[in-house]
Ligand binder design. Structure first.
Ligand code: ADP
Ligand code: MG
Length: 293
């Protein structure tokens, strides 16, 4: 490869808002036929807000918000931020948890005001034999079918509420997916979120292939599996939980608005976090490679 063409490509990339790790990174786009897109923070804004609070019969909404909000206040997860902010807004000051642990890909657990509190996927609560009443379960599924994220809240051995958070699809995502498809790439949506919520977002932006309910540590295996099928994979992500998959992908693209770990693991960074620039990056590298040949 002629270094000059790669350097010119790198300079042009900077103008487009693409930071390129090394000039060679542009060569990694060769043969890419699949683009894996992380959902939260990549296709969606990643800024969720608390939209609904559903409590089971006899339960106090304020108490649910106080305990769940206090616990989530200790977590950096977008869902946690939405719950903590929404709770503080509705009930005021939140107590500090006496104990807190993040359960990767499932939720959070800890102790607030002497209560053992869980917030997260129903699967997390089920591990402690806490099961949502049928009505709350129905509300949770309805929210998910609408593309929103719903998490369960329980404490002292009982599931008590469902919190719904909404994360809007970025206005540019649909156009970005259309451009990537026009470049001959098959888009795949990858997420730890539930299947229904993932499919609703996929439908909104025009993605047919969805891989959902993937634990953070397993995202890298999904990329490996696609590669084992003979696909050449670009991955776009923003989170700490995307870092290993970004490094494994034939081309890793990080959202500049995302976590440092994701940026470090990637070949390219989309400075403004605009997914359309992923298509610009593929076009740029194809042009650059043509110049080299
Ligand atoms: P993604 O890659 O889509 O952001 P994560 O692996 O971070 O997914 O999370 C997967 C799921 O685990 C979330 O959709 C949510 O249901 C649950 N979860 C994770 N962290 C939290 C948290 N702090 N509070 C509530 N639920 C959580
Ligand atoms: Mg993410």
């Amino acid at each position: 490869a002629t270094p000059t063409a790669l350097l010119v490509g790198t300079g042009r990339g900077a103008q487009l808002g693409i930071l390129i790790k090394g000039p060679e990174a542009l060569e990694s786009t060769h043969g890419i036929d699949t683009v894996v897109l992380d959902k939260t923070g990549t296709v969606t804004e990643g800024r969720m807000t608390l939209s609904d609070v559903h409590v089971s019969e006899g339960e106090s909404e304020a108490e649910v918000l106080r305990l769940a909000g206090a616990l989530e206040h200790a977590s950096e997860h977008p869902i946690a931020r939405a719950v903590a902010a929404g709770a503080a807004e509705r009930v005021g000051a939140l107590p500090a948890p006496e104990d807190f642990a993040n359960v990767e890909g499932l939720g959070v657990q800890g102790v607030v005001d002497g209560h053992a509190v869980l917030v997260g996927r129903p699967r997390l609560l089920a591990e402690w034999s806490q099961h949502l009443p049928a009505e709350l379960e129905r509300l949770l599924h309805t929210a998910q079918a609408g593309g929103r994220t719903a998490v369960a809240v329980g404490w002292d051995g009982k599931a008590r509420a469902v919190l719904v958070v909404a994360d809007a699809v970025k206005p540019t995502s649909e156009e970005a997916v259309r451009q990537l498809a026009a470049l001959g790439l098959t888009p795949v949506l990858l997420t730890g979120d539930n299947e229904q919520a993932a499919k609703a977002v996929a439908a909104e932006v025009g993605i047919d292939e969805v891989i959902a309910e993937v634990l953070p540590a397993d995202k890298v295996d999904v990329v490996k599996r696609l590669q084992a099928e003979g696909r050449v994979v670009a991955m776009v992500g923003d989170g700490v939980n995307d870092a290993a998959a970004l490094a494994q992908a034939d081309l890793g693209l990080a959202m500049g608005t995302g976590a440092d770990a994701a940026i470090e693991a990637s070949d390219l960074t989309l400075v403004r976090g605009d997914l359309r620039v992923a298509a610009d990056a593929i076009r740029l590298s194809r042009r650059t490679l043509r110049t080299i040949k």
